[in-house]
Design a protein around this ligand. Structure first.
Ligand SMILES: [Zn+2]
Length: 449
């Protein structure tokens, strides 16, 4: 087979280019796979090129230098930008010339619910079709957490094509799945637009193949002279920083706001290199994109940051103290809710994180970094059917003690809020909380006997 590749469009994913190549040349998926890759078991990843066989690699390299292809048409600038220099260089070489799995090259964070499909911008699709008579998968629309098209300031939409590679690999072109006419949803929030533009600028900046400045050092020096760091530089006020940053990004519809542990990993351990987390921290700190992508730090400054790393794992003493204090408070509040001591009538309730956090004024996102508090909550966790069973047994006993007359399901329901339709789910738990007589009586009441 001869290979006649179509022209690759600006910012087009290689995956998209290969898909169009198949359509233009009339190949079916299995032919294309055989053609490009070594084994059928190779599952090329949509964000990169995949393990090309030597002939295909040679042929493609003649059309387009592989290095340029990786830099301009894969998600390399996202995943590699903040990893250490030697890893950055090594990954680029391997992506061009070796058979490798991207998961061995970079730490790739799992995708959240909102990032499971390849995304597109209806306006870009319209423009592409006008200009090229077809549309294609754009790289920038796939940047994690970008949310909106940086060019048209409208929401990116999910296609039906999973962003992850499936074991049954298929090339689906954007032209096949993006509707011909679709309304775009414009985004008005200046903050959200600014964040998307910022992300785009960072993504577009040349990847540095000369300097080796850890991202943790860049961010450390950006945090200096802010209220989040002691003037001596010896410690940072992480609780306040994370709270303020979370609050800041809650104003934007981000797909996933950086969590405490990821922020700490990036800032405090020097082992976190995620693109979106770094962008979120830098944008929040008001750093210019160049300050993030082309930092100017002296050896002395880099050393200073390295020495500031906390030796004690990824948690700070401040957090441990807060966790210890709150876990005691959670235990006492949770015990009262669970047993019914917190209720006027003595009705037991299900202990939920939301409720506990509300009562104690704990921000829910903080729990992730509070292992002691988590352990207490886990101890009280139960399914809804189990909590209904406990409540029904309590209600039965309460009615038996307080009502003179016989009572019916409606009385139980009024006290507990449990729906009869869900009763089947409750039965397995009933015998855990009721004795045999109670169990029989409750069953009889439910059946209306
Ligand atoms: Zn667009």
């Amino acid at each position: 087979m001869r290979m006649y590749f179509p022209e690759i469009y600006p910012d087009e994913l290689v995956y998209s280019w290969f898909g169009r190549f198949a359509v233009h040349s009339g190949y079916i998926n299995s032919q294309l796979l055989q053609f490009l890759y070594s084994k059928r078991s190779d599952t090329p990843i949509k964000e990169f090129i995949g393990n090309l066989n030597p002939e295909a690699r040679e042929c493609i390299a003649k059309i387009y230098p592989l290095r340029e292809l990786v830099l301009k048409h894969t998600m390399y600038p996202q995943y590699a930008r903040f990893v250490p220099l030697n890893q950055r260089q090594d990954a680029l070489y391997k992506l061009c010339y070796e058979n490798c799995d991207m998961h061995h090259l970079f730490a790739v964070l799992p995708r959240c619910e909102n990032e499971r499909y390849l995304k597109y911008c209806p306006e870009c699709a319209r423009e592409d079709r006008k200009k090229y008579a077809e549309t294609y998968w754009h790289r920038k629309h796939q940047i994690r957490n970008i949310g909106i098209c940086p060019k048209h300031k409208c929401k990116l939409l999910d296609s039906s094509v999973p962003a992850k590679s499936m074991s049954l690999y298929s090339f689906v072109t954007a032209e096949e799945v993006i509707p011909d006419i679709e309304e775009s949803i414009s985004v008005e929030s200046p903050l959200q637009i600014a964040f998307a533009e910022y992300t785009e600028q960072v993504f577009d900046s040349p990847v540095d193949f000369v300097k080796d400045i850890p991202i943790s050092a860049t961010l450390y020096h950006a945090m200096k002279d802010t209220k989040y760091m002691k003037s001596t530089g010896s410690s940072r006020y992480m609780t306040k920083f994370v709270d303020d940053m979370t609050h800041f990004y809650e104003q934007i519809e981000l797909n996933e706001i950086a969590t405490i542990s990821r922020i700490q990993k990036t800032l405090l351990t020097g082992r976190g290199y995620d693109f979106s987390i770094a962008c979120q921290i830098a944008f929040f700190l008001g750093m210019k994109p160049e300050a993030l992508t082309d930092p100017q730090l002296s050896e002395e400054q880099i050393k200073q940051e390295a020495e500031s790393h906390y030796i004690k794992g990824s948690t700070t003493p401040e957090w441990e103290e807060y966790d210890a204090k709150m876990s005691v408070a959670i235990e006492s509040v949770a015990a009262d809710i669970y047993s019914g001591a917190a209720d006027n009538l003595g009705k037991p309730e299900k202990v939920t994180e939301k409720l506990i956090c509300k009562i104690l004024g704990i921000k829910e996102h903080r729990l992730e970094n509070m292992p002691k508090s988590r352990a207490v909550l886990d101890k009280y966790s139960e399914s809804y059917p189990e909590s209904w069973a406990r409540k029904l047994v309590w209600a039965y006993e309460w009615l038996a003690n307080n009502e003179e007359d016989v009572f019916y399901w409606k009385h139980l329901r009024k006290l507990t809020g449990v729906k009869k339709a869900r009763f089947d789910e409750v039965i397995p738990y009933l015998k855990k909380y009721a004795d045999e007589d109670e169990m029989k009586s409750i069953m009889a009441i439910v059946k209306g006997i």
